[in-house]
Design a protein around this ligand. Structure first.
Ligand code: ADP
Length: 180
């Protein structure tokens, strides 16, 4: 049956950088929603390995074959952003048990702020359970191979960034010890 209502979800995160775990969640969300907006949270003034613009560009390239995915950055409460773009739901991914408590707390806080927006959580694919942006940053900073965790253009961006940091003599362990 055709419906004339667009079901739209926001998938928010830092995506610093995007990896196969995020991409898997975006694809799962596309099975339930007509449109998925991957929303890159940009915290002004916070020193990140990749700037907001760089993170958005890496996400765009990763999902460029999906016409029903839009990529944007935002810098406000996620529920306010979701309302602004007309989304009915916020999508999150769940990896391991340790994610649960934080996700549960955030979901309840978001529901208190915006009872009209549903929080939908997808369980990560088993092969991606261990992947996190911080692990990728740490391995890449030490010259390790992250090609099984994130697409080739992200691997290249990581190699370039750490080469730049080394050339400048910047302590890359500072960059990788930042939280996700
Ligand atoms: P945040 O900065 O809010 O922690 P991230 O950018 O790390 O967000 O991730 C965005 C979303 O993707 C979150 O819901 C997170 O739980 C989910 N996610 C992160 N890594 C994985 C993974 N390996 N498998 C599935 N989902 C993941």
């Amino acid at each position: 049956m055709r419906h004339n209502h667009i079901y739209r979800a926001v998938l928010p995160g830092s995506f610093n950088p995007i990896h196969y775990g995020h991409i898997d969640i975006a694809h799962r969300a596309l099975r339930l929603f007509d449109e998925v907006i991957v929303a890159v949270y940009v915290h002004p003034g916070k020193p990140d390995l990749f700037s907001g613009e760089e993170r958005v560009a890496l996400v765009r390239e990763s999902l460029k074959d999906e016409p029903r995915i839009r990529v944007a950055s935002y810098n406000k409460l996620t529920v306010d952003y979701a309302r602004e773009v007309g989304a009915q739901a916020i999508v999150r991914g769940l990896r391991v048990f340790s994610d649960f408590e934080l996700e549960f707390r955030m979901a309840l806080a978001n529901r208190r702020l915006a009872p009209d927006i549903e929080i939908v959580t997808f369980i990560a694919a088993e092969e991606h359970l261990h992947i996190s942006s911080s692990t990728i940053r740490e391995i890449a900073s030490l010259g390790g191979d992250v090609s099984s965790m994130t697409p080739p253009h992200v691997v290249e961006a990581l190699q370039r960034r750490f080469a730049e940091l080394r050339a400048r003599g910047t302590n890359s362990s500072y960059m990788v010890s930042l939280e996700d």
